[in-house]
Ligand binder design. Structure first.
Ligand code: NAD
Length: 347
């Protein structure tokens, strides 16, 4: 069994435990107010109580109007400063409900039960909550970690394969940051059903290392943003038709191509990375040319919350991540065209 991971935080320390579905079912009782993704509730009805809040998710939940649904339910259920929430769902519910928990009565306790691969492998740790506003991804948010995170692999068995592969996009990012693209487990995962817990455990440890160095994203944690500069922009340019993990995987490929032009990133590693992204993309919708429009993407990346009106990106130089300001945009234009041509016919 995998041991509990303790995460040190300047806000409050918390833990990640690997548990069974029975343990989660036992925890879900009237002492907690459960907020649960409707798709998860349909598959796991034992997680519902008389007092549950069932929410339809989708990126539209991460908006002012989406939050209103959660706040109205909290008020209707007479939640107060002592209310403890259990949030059961993927990254979207985590971001939205975590945001609500952070501001409701100036902050109430919550336990997080991530149910998608993406949320188990990556988003559950780090304490970021966020919503989108005015075409800007994750622009409003707080740092507000849960008290406890409970991971149960059984949730992944009901997850649609497209959403499972989206989660592999974040695993791909970790492989690239660790210079392990040639040893990536993604090919094995795609060809053979295997337990994901070892990959989840390792990815969390890797991310937590950066969190404990730089919880508030001022320095080292920024490296985890690899692939996200253009990833977030592609989510917006595709009107969220491209799910987060796929957008990040393409964003990683764009960053690698730029690294190749600027820092001679290894050609054969790039080819391997491109092969993995193509395989992932074969499980989602076909990418559209207009999503790669230079002007639209540049407007998105320059107004990304991690940027200051310029284009700063995490690239790979001599096998290590570096933060780089890009001034010559002609490279970007060329790279966008090359990556689109390379991946446009994956399905
Ligand atoms: P998601 O939460 O939208 O879930 C994807 C789909 O799977 C949804 O339709 C959902 O209803 C369904 N689902 C969830 N669990 C299921 C299960 N066990 N069985 C069947 N269906 C299930 O998507 P996601 O990929 O988990 O999260 C993406 C979001 O996470 C993005 O908004 C992204 O910005 C955010 N994110 C946040 C952080 C962070 O640090 N806070 C990090 C990375 C990504």
């Amino acid at each position: 069994m995998y041991s509990q991971i303790k995460v040190k935080s300047n806000i409050k320390d918390y833990s990640v435990s690997f548990v069974s579905m029975t343990e989660i079912e036992k925890l879900v009782n009237e002492n907690y107010l459960v907020i649960i993704d409707s798709n998860v509730a349909n598959i796991f009805p034992k997680l519902l109580t008389n007092n549950s809040i069932v929410v339809n998710t989708g990126e539209e939940l991460k908006t002012w109007d989406g939050l209103r649904i959660i706040f109205d339910e909290l008020i209707a259920k007479k939640a107060n400063v002592k209310t403890k929430l259990i949030v059961i769902g993927g990254g979207v519910l985590q971001d939205a409900a975590g945001f609500c928990a952070s501001v409701f009565c100036r902050g109430i306790e919550y336990v997080l039960v991530p149910t998608t691969l993406l949320s188990q492998i990556d988003s559950c740790v780090g304490g970021k909550t966020s919503i989108n506003y005015s075409s800007r991804k994750n622009i409003l948010g707080t740092f507000y970690p849960p008290n406890e995170i409970l991971i149960c692999e059984d949730f992944l068995y009901g997850l649609p394969y497209e959403d499972f592969c989206s989660g592999l996009g974040e695993l791909f990012k970790f492989d690239l940051l660790r210079n392990r693209v040639k040893n990536s487990s993604i090919n094995a995962i795609l060809s053979d059903k295997k337990s994901m817990t070892p990959d989840i455990y390792e990815s969390l440890l890797f991310k937590i290392h950066f969190l404990e160095l730089d919880e508030f994203d001022k320095k080292e944690r920024k490296f985890l943003n690899f692939g996200h500069t253009f990833g977030h922009a592609l989510e917006i340019s595709s009107s969220y038709n491209l799910s987060h993990g796929y957008a990040v995987a393409i964003g990683c490929l764009i960053a690698l191509k730029i690294s190749q032009y600027l820092f001679k990133y290894d050609e054969s590693n790039f080819e391997t990375a491109q092969g993995i992204v193509k395989k992932l993309l074969s499980h989602t919708i076909e990418v559209q040319k207009e999503w790669f429009d230079f002007d639209i993407l540049m407007e998105c990346v320059k107004s990304d919350k991690k940027n200051d009106g310029n284009l700063n990106m995490v690239l790979i130089k001599e096998d290590k991540p570096v933060l780089q300001r890009i001034e010559d945009y002609s490279i970007i234009n060329q790279v966008l065209e090359e990556i689109y041509e390379a991946i446009r016919l994956c399905n």
